[in-house]
Design a protein around this ligand. Structure first.
Ligand code: ZN
Length: 479
């Protein structure tokens, strides 16, 4: 009995001495009450679901920027907290193919998809090909190939683009497959979307045997490889520029200021749909207010001369719901701090709820990606939880074979693809996901506080440890 008691006593002493009392002190400034008070603003009806480019998103940007200012953070974008950029909101207009005055209409006689800009009517060369065709045939042409049903041919597109192909046509032999594709994805392609125009992107037309017969003037089966025809093609886009902004607050490190830890969440959501406000309390109001609270904890530490040794960039991004656009803009177009000096990214997207799988044990968090690029990061994260927060760390969604592929579905991915080690913090999905019922009264603030403190301790360790987090693994890509 005594012996055991002695050992337990020793273990407790050891674990206490392994704790950083300073870190604990500032972690305590992260409270359920503060999280709730920020969220009661950002997830209120007044913010109209924070849709990218809309009034509510701008209001949220203002609220977050003011918070960073109050904390005394540097405004790192040429003296501003806002990193502004333009997206396009586009909807496809009139699409047609013409031959000798006869017209085939887009989304009726064929499907069309591209992110590339179009310049009104074009005169196009169309060449019947196969995957084995001599690539010389592809130059400046729309390459036609015949398939049984719709297939993923991105690899082929890349190859053909290298041979200077201008566009692609897939002819589906199976008419039923074509009709079903048309009715399934046709409306989806015609919906207004948001993004960045990419003039390198492939132009893709999908049609059936009738279309091929019309283009080449003979039945599909008789069109020989290398056969060429010329058509007029038109695809109008109704584009509208949408200005939006990421919000950045910068806390300069005391010893290694050039090394930067980035803590992110997306503050945009899906706005008003069919007259109903999608408040996005969990998605991702919860992550956003967590960033605000962690930021405050570090600001407090900094005021007491306990600021981080490395720099920390607190960044709430826009455009996530439209396709990770804000984080993509930061990493691909304008990384304010060089990515090679970015030591890690902790991304927080949905941390305020308890998913159906954890009703019995609500003290959990899903971690995704922590071990993908850096063993050290993974171990550090585990150690912080063991020492301070004792949550159940659930790695279900970290499995490469998980069909949800969450690793590719939030903003951290744009850092990971640049070899920056990441951890994605996530509570899992629930029936209110992307619905007007994702509201504040369903948030479990006590558990969220614990999760926020885990992220704080992890950030504290990354920013203060002697050695920079090492990248020792190569991620297998698969977007
Ligand atoms: Zn989200």
């Amino acid at each position: 009995m005594k012996k055991t008691g002695y050992f337990i006593g020793l273990l407790i002493t050891l674990s206490v001495s392994a704790q950083d009392k300073t870190a604990i002190k500032f972690a305590k400034t992260i409270t359920a009450a503060d999280l709730e008070s920020h969220l009661s603003v950002l997830a209120s009806d007044e913010y109209e679901g924070r849709e990218t480019g809309e009034k509510g998103q701008k209001m949220a940007a203002g609220y977050i920027a003011k918070h960073f200012e109050k904390l005394g953070f540097e405004a790192p974008v040429d003296g501003s907290y806002l990193q502004k950029f333009d997206l396009v909101q586009s909807q496809i207009g009139k699409v047609y193919l013409q031959k000798e005055g006869e017209e085939k209409i887009g989304f009726k006689d064929f499907l069309y998809y591209s992110k590339a800009e179009t310049m009104g009517e074009e005169y196009i060369k169309v060449v019947m090909a196969s995957r084995k065709s001599d690539k010389k045939l592809f130059k400046d042409a729309y390459v036609v190939f015949v398939s049984e049903e719709f297939e993923d041919f991105r690899a082929f597109i890349e190859e053909a683009k290298e041979a200077d192909a201008k566009g692609f046509m897939m002819i589906l032999q199976d008419d039923e497959a074509y009709e079903s594709l048309l009715s399934r994805v046709g409306p989806y392609f015609q919906r207004p979307g948001m993004g960045v125009r990419d003039n390198e992107a492939a132009k893709l037309i999908v049609g059936n045997a009738d279309l091929a017969g019309w283009m080449f003037g003979k039945p599909l089966g008789e069109i020989e490889e290398g056969a060429t025809t010329y058509l007029v093609f038109n695809a109008d886009y109704l584009d509208k520029p949408v200005s939006t902004e990421n919000v950045l607050g910068f806390l300069r490190g005391s010893e290694k200021p050039e090394e930067v830890l980035v803590i992110t969440s997306h503050y945009d959501h899906i706005g008003v749909i069919d007259g109903e406000i999608n408040n996005g309390a969990d998605d991702d109001g919860s992550g956003t207010v967590t960033v605000l609270e962690i930021a405050e904890a570090f600001a407090e530490a900094s005021k007491k001369n306990k600021g981080p040794k490395r720099s920390i960039l607190f960044m709430t991004v826009t455009g996530e719901e439209k396709g990770l656009l804000g984080s993509k803009y930061y990493t691909d177009a304008d990384p304010i701090f060089p990515l090679e000096h970015t030591v890690a990214n902790l991304n927080i997207d949905m941390v305020g709820r308890i998913d159906p799988a954890h009703e019995e044990n609500p003290e959990y968090i899903y971690l995704i990606g922590s071990d993908k690029l850096s063993t050290a990061l993974h171990h550090l994260s585990e150690r912080m939880n063991k020492t301070y927060t004792h949550l159940e760390l659930d790695y279900t969604y970290n499995d490469e074979n998980d069909p949800n592929r969450f690793y590719y579905r939030s903003d951290h991915y744009n850092f990971a693809k640049n070899n920056v080690p990441i951890i994605f913090y996530f509570n899992g999905t629930h029936p209110d996901y992307h619905r007007p019922t994702d509201t504040i009264e369903k948030i479990a603030f006590q558990i969220m506080e614990k999760r926020a403190r885990l992220i704080f301790h992890t950030a504290w360790e990354i920013a203060n440890r002697g050695e920079r987090i090492k990248v020792d693994k190569v991620e297998v890509r698969g977007e």
